[in-house]
Design a protein around this ligand. Sequence first.
Ligand code: DQA
Length: 146
Amino acid sequence: MSAHKVLVLHGPNLNLLGMRQPEIYGHETLDDINNRLYEKAEANGWEIACRQSNHEGELIDAIQAARLDGTDLIVINPAAYSHTSVAILDALNVYEGRVIEVHLSNIHKREMFRHHSYISRRADGVIAGLGSQGYYAALDAPIATD
Ligand code: DQA
């Protein structure tokens, strides 16, 4: 059994999943998604923590903590910060583990300002447009390379 330690980070407004533009983001709540992530991690013997914040600095603090606590995979949906945050990119650039960026919607099919993600400059993989399946696929990536 592998010994992955995974941090899942959800950015601003993702606490409103289920009621926030469900035609774009789906009907599942963040708890629904996190519960399935916990189940999947448990089935694989991984340690997993799921955190959501509406605050850029809290996301950065979590990334900095992950750098020091043996976390070997960060799955991050930076939400709107994808398109604005050099600070989150800088934090991820110091982190040495794997990074998978997830977006529920296909950001490339949407408004121009969503097409660019600062975080993609660091991400080892990017998943967009698969809804919540994207998070589960992100967890499958390290299983495949074990
Ligand atoms: C998002 C896409 C972003 O453009 C948006 O700001 C979000 C969610 C997604 O998961 O599709 O809040 O990251």
